[in-house]
Ligand binder design. Sequence first.
Ligand SMILES: Nc1ncnc2c1ncn2[C@@H]1O[C@H](COP(=O)(O)OP(=O)(O)OP(=O)(O)O)[C@@H](O)[C@H]1O
Ligand SMILES: [Mg+2]
Length: 277
Amino acid sequence: MTEALTVTELTKRYPGARRGTSVVAASGVSFALAAGESLGLVGESGSGKTTVGRMIVGLTRPDAGTVVINGRDRREIRRGRRARLQRAGEAQMVFQDPYGSLDRRLTVEAALGDVLRRHRRGTAKEGIRRGVATLMDRVGLASSLAASRPHEMSGGQRQRVAIAKALAVDPAVLVLDEAVSALDVSVQAQILALLGEIRADSGVTLVFVSHDLAVVGEVTDRIVVMYRGLAVEHGTTDDVLRRPRHPYTEMLLSSAPGPDWQPERVAELRAAFAGTT
Ligand SMILES: Nc1ncnc2c1ncn2[C@@H]1O[C@H](COP(=O)(O)OP(=O)(O)OP(=O)(O)O)[C@@H](O)[C@H]1O
Ligand SMILES: [Mg+2]
């Protein structure tokens, strides 16, 4: 099988608040995605979604388990500049708050130019300039914004810059951690449409980390539901949303306010579910 991303038995514990205790942020999480597939990683706050996302891109080191991207184990130690760049090109992550990943002092042009220069060393100035223009165009940023700094842009524009920075290295896998959660619904829709186009053009594999089932339902092929570090359900988006097999998924679905939202049903499921664990 030609899988772009294979996650096997990923496990991570953190020290707990009290001495001698630990929190299981992820436990035996496994799934695989083909190139160009899109996965939603959902679950309540603290279920371990971000931890799994960070382990995929290499920001957090798993205690156990493996992440393989295009046949290469992320644990493999690779030395030298080329190897580091190759590794960066395997997976990138975009966070909810682009202020965290954008340097406040840098204009869009400078920020994107920096990444391109690092990754395409030896490229002439003109080449970098063209590269920046291409990236801005890909994420739908008007060229007039080239000289803008983060605080001079809207939240949606900032998030487009963050996505452009991630795309600069042409990643095989892009993890989006609540990347549209802080945006207005209309801007959210635009960014999701943009990501859909990027996926179609580049074949990038997308992992949407989100607590928002409505968003995930629209943009993913498959869903993994996490509960207390465990992947309790995994299936096609259609199956998981329409025919949930795990009571926790059913609870998540009913706790999302929608046209047929029933608060009593949520309370009932919550109580039933709490009893099963
Ligand atoms: N760096 C850390 N140190 C200690 N504990 C951590 C750390 N990162 C995460 N945790 C704990 O691991 C568990 C999973 O956290 P994680 O951030 O992965 O959840 P999440 O599903 O992304 O939640 P949210 O929806 O709130 O973002 C939580 O109990 C959290 O407190
Ligand atoms: Mg999180």
